[in-house]
Write a protein that binds this ligand. Sequence first.
Ligand code: ADE
Length: 240
Amino acid sequence: MRFDIVTIFPQLLEHAMQYGVLGRALDSGLLRVGVHNLRDYCHDRHRQVDDTPYGGGPGMVMKPEPFFEAVNALRTDGHGEARVVLLSPQGQAFDQETARRLSRCSRMILLCARYEGVDERVRETLVDEEISIGDYVLSGGEFAALVVMDAVARMVDGVLGNEQSADQESHAQGLLEYPQYTRPATYNGLAVPDILIHGHHEQIRYWRRLQALKRTLQRRPDLLGRAELTDEDWQILGTL
Ligand code: ADE
């Protein structure tokens, strides 16, 4: 899969993606990323990406031309068709399902806006979808682009070494993850649940499912309505 990111802070993104899962996926060639400076698509002396809003009011608005030029250049660069995504607090809420869906694209172009926003014509005619990573306002789309790229990349086949781990994680099946422990069996008087040490495979599986359901019910009951629940899950929920 290929990501192209358009931003006024290319170095911020280039640096952040060198680490961990993303870094390894880039090194191995499973992922390819191009980071593009929006200012390279400005033609005035100051390479200005923003301007005052029509109708007045505070703040600046990002100009349409650099975004259009950047996307048009990327669309004809020989790297194939792409889904164009604008990061913005006005977008659809990003979740695991969206990450899974986007991981099936062969290429994404992520547009990072700054300042008060972006000229509406970019939204209307250049962008395929607009994504928000949460109900809060960031100073720009760069961190949101990293969040989206990380979550999407994890769903691409081969990016996680252990294929199983993507399915077992929180949200993968619509539930929060069960509690995990590692050695030592007792730390500062705090013991690992006995069932994980002495239980059989089936007992451990049941315990983990119960814990995942319990935790989801307590912390994020809104998720239960959308989760894929089995008859056993309903039976467990009846006991909670
Ligand atoms: N840009 C600013 N805030 C944002 C958010 N919450 N999600 C995505 N992009 C943003």
